[in-house]
Design a protein around this ligand. Structure first.
Ligand code: PMP
Length: 286
């Protein structure tokens, strides 16, 4: 079955979806994106992703392509047209095609480009890695200073993923001024005793939609939450570690820079948080 994608109000086969070479998303990575998970044909935390999209657009003085209700309708239509059960819907908005290349933003006559497509991942919530956990390495964080905006400038995270692959591990944690910022495409956490430690929100990290939900559930489950930076050395001495993202949910981290965390297996609180997150979010899925 060929995939049906969405481009500026139209649903069409992926091979027919064309964007100008002058689109600023292509020339300048002048675009923002969101990834919403789908479980059992339903969207997980769609409202959260819509709210962050609006914030990313505002921070970059970019025009919203359409109201949230239209975005929701398009997500659902793509799920239907592609028979998507488990996976994600990717959405990208760019500043559009001004017809030439120029550093200055174009005027309002240039309309944003809106693209959406599905990625099928059957059994997304039951992947074997959740039982064994990820190994990570640390790498310097050399990204720009507005990581709170979810832009399509993903070259360094891609390079870091390649460094992780070369080291035969699953992901990389970025380190800046001696402290962990986040993972290549996820937020990072450690647990000591009953206390979860994760970096506080700022321009240094993406404000994860999964992070917000998990911290809420953790507090409800009587776990303590401390939002502050932590070092790799502190993480290596922790009882447990994990990451969160919209597509990995809550994923245990069992090794950091070749040092096993705890007994080198996914920890009980991490496992519990993953279960709570999946249960609650499935219930609230739309
Ligand atoms: N940090 C970065 C750098 C990311 O790319 C992502 C994934 N979008 C996250 C954190 C996690 O955010 P979310 O839970 O909203 O997927």
């Amino acid at each position: 079955m060929t995939r049906t994608v969405y481009l500026n109000g139209t649903y069409l086969p992926e091979a027919e979806a064309m964007i100008s070479i002058f689109d600023r998303g292509f020339l300048m990575a002048d675009g923002v994106y969101e990834v919403t998970s789908v479980l059992g044909g339903k969207l997980i935390d769609f409202a959260g992703h819509c709210a962050r999209l609006a914030r990313s657009l505002r921070e970059l003085e970019m025009t919203a392509p359409c109201p949230d209700a239209d975005l929701l309708a398009a997500h659902r239509e793509l799920i239907r047209l592609n028979d998507l059960v488990d996976g994600m819907v990717y959405l990208q908005v760019t500043r559009g095609n001004p017809g030439d290349r120029d550093f200055a933003y174009p005027g309002p006559e240039t309309k944003p480009t809106l693209v959406m497509f599905t990625q099928s991942k059957l059994g997304l919530a039951d992947i074997p890695a959740a039982k064994t956990g990820w190994k990570v390495i640390s790498v310097p964080d050399v990204r720009w200073g507005r990581r709170d905006i979810k832009t399509t400038q993903l070259l360094y995270p891609s390079m870091a993923k390649m460094m992780a692959k070369a080291a035969h591990v699953d992901d990389a944690w970025f380190v800046e001024d001696g402290a962990v910022t986040e993972g290549t495409s996820n937020n990072a956490y450690i647990i000591k005793g009953n206390r979860i430690v994760t970096r506080q929100l700022s321009n240094d990290i993406l404000h994860g939609i999964t992070r917000a939900a998990v911290l809420r559930f953790a507090a409800e489950a009587q776990m303590e939450v401390e939002e502050r930076p932590f070092t790799i050395a502190e993480a290596q001495r922790a009882d447990e570690a994990f990451i969160t993202s919209a597509s990995a949910f809550v994923m245990p981290v069992v090794e950091i820079d070749s040092t096993a965390i705890g007994n080198g297996k996914p920890g009980p609180l991490t496992t519990r948080l993953r279960e709570i997150y999946l249960d609650e979010m499935r219930k609230a899925a739309i």
